[in-house]
Design a protein around this ligand. Structure first.
Ligand code: UD1
Ligand code: UDP
Length: 440
């Protein structure tokens, strides 16, 4: 079996590293293709170093550009490599342009696509990421899903449960594995610059790069107004290159940089960043990965967005959506900083993203599909399966698995009163309503 991984940005490198590592440990043939969307040393190479994974086999150097140009160049480059390498499955991760390009190209070459971190939905179609993740899901064959809630999103869109795998998120694997290593190593001299982060108290880690925030002058201004007021905190802001550019273009960079309590630094490597976030009192971010890491590291998070495709972090109690509204940011930040009971409750929010064995579960599922011949994309005459869609109210103690055996069926959706539930194999369906596909 040969597995091809496509990645292109900082979070994809971090979240695919545990899977790349697991594939390599099992001696499975693999290639890694970097699209080159992120190319600065501190946005790319440093992560291969910190996460101890080999340099990519291919880099197609697409660089920065409009969505159409960037995605088009990626598709051309990815197609050439896939035609040459002929992998059995292509893995894409998350919701960047690499996911869109990789999933479209591979599926049109009739190569199975495995979407890692699948099923997330913000329901906000103004986000390029929402378009990317939805399009990738349509063309995928295997879905590696962090939580039951994300799996329910896919079921509600009509996807079959048979190809869904709830694995947790590989970010937990990366966090658990590298935090210890990071703490032993300490901060890199260079990233400390003149900041003594190791001995600093009241740290607030800030990151933002989301187009809808940093490309909008009013929103950034509102966020900066809140930062000005948080003068009791040491705000450490490893700045994303996109954000540095827009703050400079808006003439806001110097104003922010001149605040005594705000320390703008270059993007940190993963080991330094983990140390910084785990030592923080509060995280203020619009990053997807950081919302997950905050709850993994037990640090309260305020998310500078009006919606999130990670709602589990909010319902678990570890994350609050504050948008870019100055007053709402301040009100919640002050509550966390001054009300220790409230802060403690946020810190204790249960982590919905698994135990850190996500890479193992993912590669287990791929190996199983390969052995059973399920990675081969079949011609229509081989996949036609005659079934009838049915609905039933269940009034006996019976698990999902037993119901399916009894009816020769595959359950699609389960409703427990008003609530949709994920049809886990051992769920007792008594008192619930199910929809299912019964084979004829
Ligand atoms: C991309 C992803 C976003 C992800 C983020 C992670 C898409 C549509 N967006 O956004 O989902 O959350 O990566 O960080 O795929 N730049 C540099 N050096 C670099 C990379 C970028 O200077 O190495 C600058 C360029 O000016 C570029 C801008 O940052 O135009 C934006 O980069 P781009 O890759 O288009 O989007 P991100 O904002 O990084
Ligand atoms: N990160 C990092 N150094 C930094 C900022 C972030 O290592 O200076 C890591 C962080 O730990 C997380 C990932 O980058 O795992 C998040 O990437 P980003 O916010 O760029 O993208 P998103 O997750 O929003 O797609």
């Amino acid at each position: 079996m040969k597995i091809a991984t496509i990645l292109g940005t900082r979070p994809e490198i971090i979240k695919m590293a545990p899977i790349i590592d697991e594939i390599s440990k099992r001696g499975i043939d693999q290639i890694v293709l970097h699209t080159g969307q992120h190319y600065d040393e501190e946005m790319s190479d440093n992560f291969f170093r910190d996460l101890e994974i080999p340099a990519p086999d291919y880099n197609i150097h697409v660089g920065s550009g409009t969505h159409g140009k960037q995605t088009g160049l990626m598709m051309k480059g990815i197609e050439e490599v896939l035609l040459d390498e002929k992998p059995d499955i292509v893995l894409v991760q998350g919701d960047t342009n690499a996911v869109l390009a990789g999933a479209l190209v591979a599926s049109k070459l009739h190569i199975a696509v495995g979407h890692v971190e699948s099923g997330l939905r913000s329901f906000d179609m103004t986000m390029p990421e929402e378009i990317n993740r939805r399009a990738a899901d349509v063309t995928s064959s295997m879905y590696f899903i962090p939580t039951e809630q994300s799996a329910i999103n896919l079921l509600a869109e009509g996807f079959s449960r048979k190809n869904l795998f709830i694995t947790g998120n590989t970010v937990v694997d990366a966090c658990f594995r590298h935090l210890e290593i990071a703490k032993k190593r300490g901060f890199e001299e260079e990233s400390l610059a003149e900041l003594d982060i190791e001995n600093m108290e009241n740290i607030l880690t800030l990151t933002m790069h989301r187009a809808e925030n940093v490309d909008d002058k009013q929103r950034v201004t509102n966020i900066i107004e809140a930062l000005k007021e948080l003068s009791d905190m040491n705000i450490i802001f490893p700045i994303h290159p996109r954000t540095k550019n827009t703050l400079q273009n808006f003439g806001l960079f110097d104003e922010l940089n001149n605040l005594n309590h705000v320390h703008i630094i270059k993007p940190l490597g993963y080991l330094d960043f983990l140390q910084l976030t785990s030592a923080s009192t509060l995280i203020l971010t619009d990053s997807g990965g950081l919302q997950e890491e905050a709850i993994t590291l037990n640090v309260p998070a305020l998310t500078l967005r009006y919606n999130t495709e990670r709602p589990e972090t909010v319902t678990a109690g570890g994350n609050i959506l504050v948008g870019s509204d100055t007053d709402v940011i301040l009100e919640n930040a002050n509550k966390i900083l001054n009300d220790s009971e409230f802060a403690e409750k946020m810190k204790k929010a249960p982590n919905p993203y698994g135990q850190g064995d996500s890479a193992k579960l993912t590669v287990d599922a791929i190996e199983d599909y390969y052995k059973r011949g399920l990675l081969d994309i079949k011609a229509p005459e081989d996949i036609m399966d005659s079934f009838t869609r049915k609905m039933a109210n269940v009034d006996e103690d019976i698990t999902v698995l037993d119901f399916e055996k009894k009816e020769n069926a595959l359950i699609h959706m389960v409703f427990d009163g008003e609530k949709m539930r994920y049809p886990a194999d051992d769920l007792n369906l008594n008192g619930m309503m199910v929809t299912y596909d019964a084979r004829e």
